[in-house]
Design a protein around this ligand. Structure first.
Ligand code: NAP
Length: 471
């Protein structure tokens, strides 16, 4: 049977192959191309019944020629040079009106540049953040689109067919021009760092502060997964805590080295947040914790020089307090993340709405959770773009903050690290202090550098100075 592909995928690695199968299964004929032709044909052959809708091609020219016009091409190759090279190779083969979609984890600023550059040749560019890993790509990812709105409209029917669904709604949306989609994907990953770090901190308090066994902790997280913390990350925490190493029979976590990997999206999020003066301390703490996890020599020496002052002394904290602390920390981390998105959208003139972002994260992506549905509703009316101030969440925070304070205090007194939980709390306490301590900062700046300050009794008149006399 001859089919005319509606879309083509370049790059048949983990993500490209699974997305191609997902697209074919949704009923859309698809052309595929990989730089190694053996891989292309082996992929098509292994697709079983779906191979009827899959057209393998052995050259880029054949791939482009196979596609219906305007062509819709999804790149699933590594971000950076590979995307650049692939676009350069495709460009002379394409016609005005064709659509190029980059579905990798590209830097959002590269996507902004590509949108503008390709637009000059009449080509439409879409930067598509895809989350959900291999399983999501195969059965329903969450997708964050940015770039040409016309291109989005042209591919939206296919994207909606392959996306994850929450209450029947597809988890894909157009979020603004240029690199908006990749920016939102980056912030998603930053929030994922904070979410995972907070879970790991609570695990650390239970393991090292309460001396609890893995199966016991797996049971606790399983109970939490039936409540407001219900989420994919808690669900897989239960699985990881409850798994045994087939080689030794020990809990798998007792044989995994405590050095966390990272590919950079957390760091990108933090750097962008600092540049925009929209700090994300919970994500910063998570990135820092991953970096320090790799500094084994420092940590061994530190453990020797400064033995734990009160190991195992965290006893009085109940499971309910830990659950509430985790919930409060999570709300604060997400509140910081959404505030960054709001600021970036204003500065970059992106059309995204925060409730839409929360909605497309409800299913398919790594941070998916029931709480995101409530967040989408709350963000419709959040004051000053702060989720923490939206009534439904300010009430939850009022209920859970005492447990977060007790947890951070207990961790601090027993010398157990909880940097993401405590920095989220510190940031929040600054936010809820009507009269802060920056008066002293301003006094000092004026004293040493004549930087000037504003007086409370003369608002709107900066550049006032103190009666300092020293040198
Ligand atoms: P992958 O399994 O390593 O596959 C990469 C694909 O790109 C392979 O088909 C490879 O071809 C091809 N490729 C590599 N360098 C190339 C080049 N210079 N020119 C042309 N083709 C090239 O990677 P992946 O996990 O599918 O990831 C693809 C993109 O999706 C990345 O940007 C990644 O960050 C992003 N992503 C990944 C995940 C995930 O969970 N894996 C989730 C979301 C987003 P060969 O087979 O010939 O090497």
């Amino acid at each position: 049977m001859t089919v005319t592909p509606e879309i083509g995928v370049i790059g048949l690695g983990t993500m490209g192959a699974n997305l191609a199968l997902n697209i074919a299964e949704a009923g859309h004929p698809i052309a595929v191309f990989n730089r190694t032709p053996e891989k292309t044909f082996a992929f098509a052959e292994s697709a079983g019944a779906l191979s009827e809708r899959i057209v393998p091609t052995e050259s880029l020219e054949a791939f482009v020629a196979a596609l219906a016009s305007p062509r819709r091409i999804l790149l699933m190759v590594p971000a950076g040079d590979a995307v650049e090279e692939q676009i350069a190779a495709l460009r002379p083969l394409l016609d005005a009106g064709d659509i190029l979609i980059d579905g990798g984890n590209s830097d959002w600023q590269d996507s902004t540049r590509r949108h503008a550059e390709l637009g000059r040749d009449g080509l439409h560019f879409l930067g598509l953040g895809v989350s959900g890993g291999a399983e999501g790509a195969r059965h329903g990812p969450s997708m964050m689109a940015g770039g040409s709105e016309r291109a989005y409209e042209a591919v939206a029917p296919i994207l909606r067919d392959i996306a994850a669904r929450f209450d029947g709604e597809p988890c894909v949306a157009y979020l603004g021009s240029g690199g908006a989609g990749h920016f939102v994907k980056t912030v998603h990953n930053g929030i994922e760092y904070a979410d995972m770090q907070m879970i790991a901190e609570v695990y650390g308090l239970m393991r090292d502060g309460q001396g609890r066994a893995m199966p016991d902790m797996a049971g606790v997280f399983a109970r939490w997964n039936a409540g407001p913390l219900e989420s994919y990350l808690i669900e897989i925490t239960v699985e990881v805590l409850g798994t045994s190493d087939p080689e030794t029979g020990k809990p798998i976590l007792s044989v995994i080295a405590d050095r966390a990997g990272q590919k950079g999206t957390g760091r990108w999020t933090v750097m962008d947040a600092q540049r925009r003066a929209a700090p994300l301390p919970a994500v910063e703490a998570a990135v820092t914790a991953r970096v320090l996890s790799g500094e084994g020599a420092w940590r061994s020496k530190g453990a020797q020089l400064f033995p734990d002052p009160a190991a195992g002394a965290i006893g009085p904290l109940s499971d309910e307090q830990l659950e509430q602390a985790l919930l409060a920390g999570k709300i604060l981390a997400y509140s910081q993340g959404f505030a960054l998105l709001a600021k970036a959208a204003r500065e970059e003139e992106w059309s995204m709405s925060l409730p839409d972002v929360a909605r497309i994260w409800r299913a398919g992506c790594i941070i998916r959770s029931g709480l995101l549905d409530d967040m989408a509703t709350a963000l419709e009316s959040a004051e000053m773009d702060l989720l923490a101030f939206a009534p439904a969440f300010s009430e939850r925070l009022t209920q859970t903050l005492p447990a977060l304070r007790a947890t951070v205090a207990a961790a601090t007194l027993s010398g157990l690290p909880a940097p993401a939980l405590s920095s989220a709390l510190g940031h929040f306490d600054l936010l809820r202090q009507a009269r802060g301590t920056a008066d002293l900062i301003q006094g000092l700046r004026d004293r040493f550098g004549a930087h000037g300050f504003e007086r409370l009794d003369r608002p709107g008149e900066p550049g006032q100075h103190g009666p300092w006399t020293g040198t």
